[in-house]
Design a binder for this molecule. Structure first.
Ligand code: IVH
Length: 724
């Protein structure tokens, strides 16, 4: 039936109102939806309110419901899914989907080996110029081939064995970032046939939200629901969903990175000289291409890219498992060709995996500084995230129960960046033993005191306090750390020896050990004992905030200690302050105030403080804040890069002493950015927002100016450290 015939028969409410032929109306709505969908999903820059988009969408749906014969494959309404398949049909790839050779060597050797190979294959000698490469992210999702005919998406297929995959078109249509129809671009011919290849994946935030929803369904008792192990599994599950309505609820993303079948150039197909130009064309046709894609030169360029991405990895909103290097010039790619199933012009350079399988040898319960009991899985050593991991936290009783980790289980451990390794999940079908479910002990595994879990709290705590040697050890390590009084070289092993031998029962005991006492511990060399004695001596000269933080009062972190020191000026005033006075301090609420009062009301804690002072610990004290000028109060500074003489902590202390806040990221509200050598994106952001930028000299001058003015105004001389 021709569409013209249809027009006459239509009883269309909307078109009657608007006197616009229904087909034209549908066409207009589709174009509007395509355009604004692209702005929203791919460019992340919507220009209209969501409600407006939804209104058009519903109008189009209504028209299509009345005229199902006018539904087109590229209609945005086809994204919602709904059809349920028995099985996917198999699709033969007209151009095979290859894999790439993988290097897992160190930063430089993988890149150098690849560059050397390419140069050799091309017959280039050392005098030939560096080769241009495109460096890309290696996305951790699944490869997809998207076929467009006359600009319309007609088929989406998985990689399968590379020769043929599965037709997953209905599911892929639900991905908002994938154009259902290619966008026309002036001066860029639309090929009759175009296969764009890329990766379907799930962002980490989308993954977390999905698992959250899954957990809520499980809690509500919905049958057959489960949480997903990682974004890649969740993405793979969504792509292979037979019910496209379910697939539509799984938030997937896409990046384009390659070409499959394409109409020959002679036939009006595209003409790109380089891989990079091709990616730019993909963008103009409406595909997302990762911003991190870069043109670089030679092995050095590849190495720098690898280093940069390895550092940025944990800040990316999605998982990657490495980087991919590709020869940029397509003529050179053709010349290099393929070996078996791999192109000679590309290589993947992998990062260490962030998740690995291992087995649980035991589940221990560790006691922290504040008495918190943490269940920890002891693991068969496994190399993950770049280090060998033997312990992984199970966080607390509820988490341990939810994951149901048992001794002997095969588990997935994850270590991303500097985060403590954790057990992600158990592979239940590999469970063989008869191990019992984990239960939290009701007494401290170290000192035997009662362990209690207070109402509304997630953690069990040992009630033993400093009677508990585990808490004592942690208290010493906390006091000795760099951010507190800093006793250089005092590590866990030595603290274990001090406490286990019984010679150190309280913090002051440590200062009374002396050379002889230390040398007796274990088999410590004289030189090491001397070093520790010197470090203990050096730690005696400290600052009030470091000392207060070092005491390890519950809820009193570094920032709160600084605020307390600034507000009260002296330790005695802090120790004697009633709760109402404590509540006047920035960052101090009722919980912190109570914790401070409780701590200083205990006679033995006051005794420890007195003894530490008697041992020689000292710091500059000053006036209470009410009497001290805070010339930079209300101003926010951001520090970036390396300053020539000041360390970051020193610069921060100087600024905070004058009442300034030091923040981690630049915004319109930032007063100044202080930038040193190798300042990065924060400096760019400052310039973009017009935030004034200071170097160290500028900072020193500003500090000198404000302290001068403040002193003149108030008749108080402020030495830089006097009120910290
Ligand atoms: S190019 C002929 N580029 O890695 C080269 N692949 O074995 C074809 N992958 O299954 C692949 N990110 O799913 C290429 N930027 C990227 C990639 C990438 C991830 C995956 C892809 C493929 C595997 C390579």
């Amino acid at each position: 039936m021709s569409t013209m015939d249809l027009f006459g028969e239509l009883p269309e409410p909307v078109s009657a109102l608007q006197a616009e032929p229904v087909q034209a109306q549908m066409q207009r709505l589709r174009e509007q939806l395509h355009h604004h969908g692209h702005l929203y999903y791919t460019l992340d820059a919507p220009e209209i309110p969501d409600a407006e988009y939804d209104r058009w969408f519903k109008q189009l749906q209504a028209l299509e419901a009345a005229h199902p014969e006018l539904i087109t494959a590229d209609s945005p309404t086809q994204r919602v899914g709904g059809s349920v398949l028995d099985a996917f049909t198999s699709v033969r790839h007209r151009v095979p989907m290859l894999s790439i050779r993988t290097e897992t060597d160190t930063e430089s050797s993988g890149a150098q080996a690849f560059d050397a190979r390419v140069r050799r294959e091309l017959g280039l000698d050392d005098s030939a110029p560096a080769i241009d490469y495109v460096a890309e992210l290696k996305f951790d999702g699944l490869a997809m081939s998207l076929r467009y005919e006359q600009g319309v998406l007609v088929q989406a297929a998985t990689r399968g064995d590379g020769e043929s995959g599965e037709d997953v078109t209905t599911n892929i249509r639900t991905i908002g970032q994938i154009p259902l129809r290619l966008q026309a671009a002036p001066d860029l011919a639309l090929p009759n046939v175009l296969e764009v290849r890329g990766e379907v994946f799930m962002r980490r935030d989308d993954f977390d939200a999905l698992n959250e929803r899954q957990r809520a369904k499980m809690d509500a008792g919905v049958k057959g629901e489960k949480t997903f192990v990682n974004p890649r599994n969740a993405a793979a599950g969504a792509v292979r969903q037979l019910d496209s309505g379910i697939a539509a609820q799984r938030p997937l993303s896409f990046f384009a990175y390659g070409l499959g079948d394409v109409t020959p150039v002679s036939d009006g197909g595209p003409q790109f000289a380089t891989h990079y130009d091709m990616l730019q064309a993909f963008k103009r046709w409406g595909f997302p291409v990762a911003d991190q894609t870069q043109c670089v030169q030679g092995a050095q360029g590849l190495i720098a890219y690898h280093r940069h991405i390895a550092q940025a990895r944990d800040q990316l909103p999605f998982d990657i498992d490495g980087v991919v290097y590709k020869v940029n010039d397509l003529a050179l790619q053709a010349q290099l060709g393929f070996v078996t199933r791999e192109p000679r012009w590309a290589v993947a350079h992998k990062f260490p995996a962030q998740e690995e399988l291992t087995t649980v040898l035991a589940i221990d319960v560790q006691v922290g500084r504040t008495g918190k009991l943490t269940p920890v899985a002891k693991l068969a050593p496994v190399f993950v995230g770049g280090v060998t991991v033997t312990n992984a936290t199970l966080h607390n009783e509820d988490e341990a129960r939810r994951k149901d980790v048992r001794v002997g289980d095969t588990v997935i451990v994850r270590r991303a960046g500097d985060v403590i390794p954790e057990v992600v999940s158990v592979l239940f079908d590999k469970r063989v033993g008869e191990a019992l479910a984990f239960t939290m002990p009701h007494s401290c595994p170290v000192c035997g005191s009662d362990a209690v879990r207070e109402e509304g709290e997630a953690d069990y705590r040992c009630t033993g306090g400093l009677f508990c040697s585990a808490q004592r050890k942690q208290a010493i390590l906390h006091f000795a750390q760099r951010r507190a009084v800093e006793v250089e070289g005092l590590g866990e092993k030595l603290v274990d020896q001090m406490v286990d031998s019984g010679v150190v029962k309280t913090l002051p005991d440590m200062y009374r050990l002396g050379f002889a006492g230390l040398a007796q511990l274990g088999r410590m060399a004289d030189k090491s004992a001397q070093n520790i004695v010197a470090a203990l001596e050096a730690s005696k000269s400290t600052t009030l905030p470091r000392f207060v933080f070092g005491l390890g009062i519950r809820h009193v972190g570094e920032a709160t200690a600084k605020e307390l020191a600034r507000y009260f000026g002296s330790l005695d005033r802090i120790m004697d302050a009633p709760e109402e006075a404590l509540l006047q301090v920035n960052d101090v609420g009722p919980v912190v105030a109570l914790s401070l009062r409780t701590f200083f009301d205990q006679a033995h804690n006051r005794e420890v403080v007195a003894q530490l002072r008697a041992c020689g610990l000292h710091w500059p004290e000053g006036e209470p804040a009410a009497q001290v000028a805070q010339p930079l109060a209300g101003q926010t500074f951001v520090l970036t890069g390396t300053l020539p003489t000041l360390s970051r902590d020193q610069a921060k202390d100087l600024l905070e002493a004058q009442g300034a806040k030091v923040a981690g990221s630049v915004s319109k509200k930032t007063s100044y950015v202080v930038a040193g050598a190798e300042a990065g994106s924060k400096l760019d952001k400052a310039r973009e927002l017009g935030v004034p930028v200071l170097d160290e000299e500028g900072l020193q001058k500003l500090l000198a100016d404000v302290t001068d003015t403040a002193a003149t105004n108030q008749g108080v001389h402020i030495a830089p450290e006097s009120n910290t």
